[in-house]
Design a binder for this molecule. Structure first.
Ligand code: ADP
Length: 372
């Protein structure tokens, strides 16, 4: 696996259970997955990645940032890469993704490629005076996403793309009047089998996911069917292998629009580690190894996952274990072994049960023990 963050770390227990020998190429010493980091090296360097790949049967990722030329070099060297470069490019560039989803006839917000402030101001004028501008590459957790009324508000982004040369452009979208955000996860094997988990509701605060409710309340029936169809169409249409997360908006007029894609296990699927028969990390391993996929039903009526963001002002998460675990014995704690820092995802808590209000309360209360 390339990438040594918390997703790689959470892959470790799944690999141990399946008896899969997981090797990690981490980008730095001491990362969340250090315990399995077989090698530390630069994932943008072809020689480093090729040397790592020669020692494994399949290469997969905990992020989408490995450059296309490095990925192509792996494929040319005969290394199985899942997801492959042809799929990953749609998760690496939001403009390429929007183009492809539109081609597939999938529901997306109104969007345009803009290269000048004049083009952006035209789009804004045509969409009620407000729009969402995104840098096509490198954004995460809301960085590189800005709601604007005038193109001048992102003039520095235009300067950057102009300096980068080429046909640099920004993505602009209508500001979607959404009722809530949802996520549909699906896993797909190279041989074609797909399996979807229940549709979930995600709650973001300041562009960062704070809470996930599985299944999404009031989603049984049409909504769940449409979301699963959309995710399968994307997985098949883009040739994705492994876990694919499709972030969705549910609009106030009951439509579903695709926002973002992630081609790896995703924060919106962490609940499945404790709440589903097959967790997303185990399923990702099965999928990239082309093994039969596991059942994806929920173990309990409801599961709620709450991220531990930032963490204690002083000390570590484990300093709080005594009190927190005693007060919330039903909470499943996942500690990423990362130093607390404001806004940083350093762990999560999942609680499952029959009564949604009680489950939400327990999960929030347990997570709150770890934050100041
Ligand atoms: P990132 O790559 O940082 O996750 P996203 O494209 O997912 O960026 O956007 C981050 C958040 O910004 C979304 O979760 C959503 O809350 C909000 N957002 C993004 N696009 C739109 C849009 N077109 N309309 C309204 N809100 C949006």
């Amino acid at each position: 696996m390339i990438g040594g963050g918390q997703l790689a770390r959470m892959m470790i227990p799944a690999a141990i259970e399946l008896g899969v020998d997981l090797r990690v190429l981490a980008e730095a010493e001491g990362m969340a997955a250090a315990i399995a980091a077989d090698r530390v090296g630069d994932y943008t360097d072809t020689a480093t990645v090729l040397a790592f790949a020669r020692e494994v049967d399949v290469v997969t990722f905990d992020h989408e940032h490995v450059p296309q030329d490095v990925l192509r070099a792996l494929v040319d060297a005969g290394v199985p890469v899942h997801p492959g470069p042809d799929a990953l490019r749609f998760a690496q560039d939001k403009l390429v993704m929007r183009e492809r989803l539109s081609e597939l006839g999938l529901p997306v917000p109104d969007w345009a490629r803009v290269q000048t402030t004049a083009e952006l101001d035209d789009f804004i004028a045509g969409h009620g005076g407000t729009a969402v501008v995104k840098t096509p590459r490198g954004g995460y957790d809301g960085k590189g996403v800005r709601v604007v009324r005038r193109a001048a508000e992102v003039s520095e982004w235009f300067t950057t793309i102009a300096e980068d040369g080429g046909d640099g452009a920004l993505l602009v979208e209508e500001l979607v009047d959404f009722r809530r955000e949802l996520a549909q996860l699906v896993a797909r094997r190279p041989s074609g089998e797909v399996a979807t988990w229940p549709l979930v509701e995600t709650v973001q605060v300041g562009g960062v996911c704070s809470e996930v409710i599985a299944p999404a309340p009031r989603s049984a029936g049409r909504l769940a069917d449409v979301a699963a169809d959309v995710a399968i169409t994307i997985a098949e249409g883009l040739g994705v292998t492994g876990v694919l997360a499709v972030e969705l908006f549910e609009t106030s007029d009951e439509r579903i629009l695709v926002n973002e894609l992630a081609m790896r296990p995703h924060n919106s699927g962490h609940w499945s580690m404790d709440g589903s028969t097959t967790g997303q990390f185990e399923q990702h391993l099965r999928a990239v190894l082309d093994l039969p996929l596991g059942a994806t039903g929920s173990r309990d009526e409801w599961s709620v996952m709450v991220n531990v963001l930032g963490g204690p002002a002083e000390g570590s998460l484990t300093d709080r274990y005594g009190e927190a675990l005693a007060a919330h014995p039903t909470a499943k704690m996942h500690n990423y072994g990362k130093a607390p820092r404001p806004g940083r995802k350093i762990g999560h808590v999942t609680v499952s049960g029959d009564d949604l209000d009680a489950v939400v309360y327990e999960a929030r209360a347990a997570a709150a023990f770890f934050q100041d």
